[in-house]
Ligand binder design. Structure first.
Ligand code: BTN
Length: 260
């Protein structure tokens, strides 16, 4: 393998692998450093949410990247990571997944993996830490979370080998990051992401961002990974942040919210 040399530092328990990776990035960790933990006591999700991370229930990994590209396109790092998770689950578990914009991985329309990208200013230049949490099983999850999420074990009917998933994920991250860093790599990541996501185009969605909600139909991604949404008034809106939920027209022509 060329391009991105990786190394893995493992913890039994850590507050958050993202926080630990950011700390090491500030101290000069090279890109490719992966922090992996068996449990997180203060796992973090998007929009300052908690990410429940019981011991042995998930794969909790953060990778340090120092992308050589225009910073406006750094959000592509998390799209790249979602593609890598998609590849790894297919490779290691023969599991087909969907990607929900921007970077949730779904199986049977339920969330199986979340990704958190964070910029970090370091004495060696700006870095990005990409944190990936894959539910391997839902042991230790409260009942309400079991109803809205899924795991590799539930989706495949078999307990996955965490080490096999980890190794497949690291390989996929190397391959997809190399793709991103090549000339025209951003366009290629967007093309590949769009092939694997039912949310890329023609999907009726509701988007929530703070107090704002918006409904419309997805119309592909911008070159920086932002989502184009056509509203019912025919206006194209460019979305850079928010929570997306699919909305299906019901039999009576009204709309039904899909689970979220
Ligand atoms: C989301 O809200 O969907 C993103 C969840 C990201 C969770 C992962 S688990 C590994 C890494 N460490 C963290 O504290 N968060 C990310």
């Amino acid at each position: 393998m060329t391009g991105l040399p990786t190394s893995i530092i493992r913890f039994d328990s850590v507050a958050s692998t993202n926080t630990e990776a950011a700390r090491q990035a500030v101290e000069g960790a090279p890109e490719g450093l992966c922090i992996v933990a068996s449990e997180q006591t203060a796992g973090r999700g998007r929009f300052d949410r908690n990410w429940l991370s019981p011991k042995g229930a998930g794969l909790y990994l953060s990778i340090v990247l120092r992308p050589q590209m225009d910073q406006n396109t750094w959000p592509l790092s998390t799209l790249m990571a979602s593609l890598a998770v998609h590849d790894a689950l297919l490779d290691a578990c023969n599991l087909q997944t969907d990607i929900k914009w921007p970077n949730d991985i779904l199986a049977n329309d339920r969330k199986l993996c979340g990704i958190l990208g964070e910029m970090v200013d370091t004495p060696f230049g700006r870095a990005v830490v990409v944190g990936i949490g894959i539910n391997l099983n839902t042991e230790g999850f409260p009942p309400e979370l079991r109803q809205t999420t899924t795991s590799v074990q539930s989706a495949t009917g078999k307990p996955p080998d965490a080490e096999v998933v980890l190794q497949a994920l690291v390989r996929a991250l190397v391959r997809r990051y190399e793709m991103l860093q090549c000339a025209g790599g951003g366009e290629e990541i967007i093309r590949e992401w769009s092939r694997r996501s039912s949310y890329a185009s023609g999907k009726r969605i509701r988007l929530a961002n703070g107090d704002e909600t918006l409904e419309g139909v997805t119309r592909g991604l911008e070159s920086d990974g932002a989502l184009r949404v056509e509203t019912d008034a025919g206006e194209i809106r460019i979305i850079r942040a928010g929570d997306v939920a699919s909305v299906r027209p019901s039999a009576d022509g009204g709309q039904r919210n899909d689970r979220w």
